[in-house]
Each structure stands twice: as C-alpha cells, then as structure tokens.
Design a protein around this ligand. Structure first.
Ligand code: HEM
Length: 320
C-alpha cells in the first residue's frame, strides 16, 4: 500500500515517462494502470521536424548585417583618411614613408637569393625622401605656435622638420624666430630683430654665405629634410632661381679662399707661442707647430697673409 502510494506520488500511472528517438521511431514508455503496473513500449513513427535547419531569410539578414558593418568600417576609414590629408599632412607623409620602408623590407625578405629570378641589384634599404614644395604661407603655419603641428624652418630655401629641437624653436624657445620661415641672413649675421630675419643674402660676403651653408649642412645631418620653399631660392617647380645660382657662385669663391688658406698654412705653419710676466711673449717653431706635421722646423717670421679671413697684424708663422 505504502509502496503503491509512493509510486503514485513519484509517477502518475498512464503518464508518458521518457521519449527517446531510435532511427526515426519514437519509443514512448507508457505505464499502464493496473495491479501489475506493467510497462509497455509503444513504437510510433516520428514526424520530421517542420523547422528547416536554417531558413533563407535569416541567412540573408546575416549577409546584410555583415555588409552594413563593412560599409561602416569603410566610411570610418575614409573619414580618418580625409581628416589626416586635410589637417595632418605630416602624419600622412610619415605613414607613407613607413609603408614604403615596410614594403621594401618585405620585398627584401622575399627576394630570391639564388635561381633564375635572382638579381644582383640590392633592394634599396633607405626609402627615398619625397621632396615637397612648400609655399611661404604653408611654412608659416609651422612656426611652433601650435604644439600639435610639426615645427619647420628653411635655410637657403631647403625646409627641415626641427620638431626634435622644440626646446629651441617652439614658442618661447631661444631660437623660435627661425621657425616657420627662411631667415638665412640671420644665420650669418647673428641679427635676430624682426627686420633682419630675412632670406636676402645678396650683399653678404662669400664667407658669410659659406657660414649659412654650413648651418644648412648641420640641419641636414641633425633634422629631417622635407623639401623646398617657393621664393627667393626655388621656383614653384622646385628649380633653382638666379638668386640661388649667385649663392653657389659665392660658395665657390669662399671655397677657393679656404683652400688657399689651407695651402698657405701648410707652407707657413703657425708658431708655438707663450707669454710670461718675466719674458713677455715668446714664439718658436717645432716640427708640428700650427698642427702641421713636417720634416722641417723653420724660423718664426712676422707674416701678413693677404688671403686670411682675419689676418692678425702681429701673427708669426714658421718659415724655412
Ligand atoms: C650667428 C649667431 C648665432 C646663430 C645663427 C645661432 C644659432 C643657433 C641655433 C639655430 C641653435 C639651435 C641648434 C639646434 O637646432 O640644435 C643654437 C643653439 C645654441 N646656441 Fe646659438 N647661435 C648664434 C650665436 C650664439 C652665441 C653667440 C651663443 C653664446 C653666447 C650661442 C649659444 C648657443 C647655445 C648654448 C645653444 C644650445 C646648444 C645645445 O644645447 O645643443 N649661440 N644656436
């Protein structure tokens, strides 16, 4: 009795217990009412499910979803590219150079070392700097007053990115007046007032022009060369103007003077000199005085060079 009650509590008689599928046949276990509580397996064919494995409408929706995401990403990329091109051309240029370098490196990796396609030409390691033509107005935008923009300056028409030297060229820096312009003249004269900050070097001596050229060479070594500024030294096509040709002529002259001075120094090396309270000034020659190694010593003679940049009236040189 208690057994029967317990059974009725756990499982109502006649209720389906469990259904399991067996090769398209559903086997339903039915507990029959009755004293014996006999169980019987009834086999019924299972109806195939009406739901298809994947409906065509949902897969179309998924395709549309994917397309929408791709379109969104493309629109985002185009937006970023347009912004960079308009407002951050420097970044675009750097990215561009980065890609060129990366492409060159990858190309080098896949360059066949042997075999029919192998070439003897080495792959260029350094990407060529794309030279740009700047307008004076464009250059002025990079005068260091906007911390978000690279700082540029020009020497004899060549433009450099001097952002790395922002301690000198940013607003408040000791040489900030050089930023955003070509003030070649002041590199030679040391005159930094606004009216003297100009690229007009017409009246300067060959040695002064050579000094400006030296600054240009230092900027080439120290900073990144970007291109040319349209104006006194280059035209809109980046070609040298007559003013730059005059500069080059002066550089030639300055070189001749420097070479002659060097030759003179070899021929008449400087003496050693000393000054004491007791003996006053003493000059003497050795086989290395004046920094010139030679097989002769020579004798100190007063010498006035006509060519020397700053001839000293009481200079002594060693003569044989
Ligand atoms: C024709 C005159 C001069 C010009 C055109 C000139 C120009 C410059 C420029 C462009 C820089 C920055 C260099 C860079 O980007 O790394 C610089 C730095 C400097 N200049 Fe002058 N300068 C002149 C005269 C002087 C004089 C007379 C003094 C000293 C009394 C001086 C002291 C310095 C110092 C200490 C630095 C910093 C160097 C460093 O930290 O690397 N300069 N100068």
């Amino acid at each position: 009795m208690s057994e029967a009650k317990g059974a009725s509590l756990r499982q109502r008689p006649g209720k389906k217990q469990k259904a399991k599928k067996d090769g398209g046949i559903e086997i339903t276990r039915v507990e029959k009412k009755g004293a014996e509580n006999k169980q019987e397996d009834i086999q019924r064919p299972v109806r195939p499910s009406k739901k298809p494995p994947s409906s065509s409408s949902s897969s179309t929706a998924r395709i549309y979803e994917t397309l929408a995401v791709v379109c969104l990403l493309l629109a985002l990329l185009v937006g970023v590219a347009v912004y960079l091109l308009h407002y951050e051309p420097q970044i675009v240029k750097q990215l561009d150079e980065g890609f060129v370098k990366a492409a060159a490196t990858i190309a080098q990796l896949f360059q066949p070392k042997n075999g029919p396609n192998a070439t003897s030409k080495p792959v260029a390691k350094k990407a060529k700097v794309v030279s740009k033509i700047f307008s004076a107005d464009e250059l002025r935008l990079h005068n260091g007053s906007d911390p978000a923009k690279p700082i540029l300056l020009s020497v004899l028409g060549k433009v450099f990115d001097v952002t790395d030297g922002k301690r000198f060229y940013a607003k408040g820096g000791s040489y900030s007046f050089f930023a955003g312009r070509d003030a070649s003249r002041s590199f030679a004269t040391g005159e930094f007032e606004e009216e003297n900050l100009t690229d007009d070097v017409t009246d300067l001596e060959p040695e002064q022009v050579a000094a400006i050229k030296e600054w240009q060479t230092q900027f080439e070594r120290q900073y990144k060369y970007l291109g040319k500024v349209v104006g006194r030294f280059y035209d809109a096509a980046g070609k040298a103007t007559p003013a730059l040709k005059k500069v080059k002529e002066k550089l030639q002259k300055a070189k001749i003077v420097v070479d002659q001075e060097l030759e003179e120094k070899q021929q008449f090396p400087e003496c050693n000199s000393r000054w004491t309270e007791k003996d006053g000034a003493t000059v003497w020659c050795t086989e290395s005085s004046g920094g010139i190694e030679r097989s002769w010593k020579g004798y100190p003679r007063q010498f006035k060079s006509a060519r020397a940049q700053n001839p000293s009236p009481d200079a002594f040189e060693c003569q044989r």
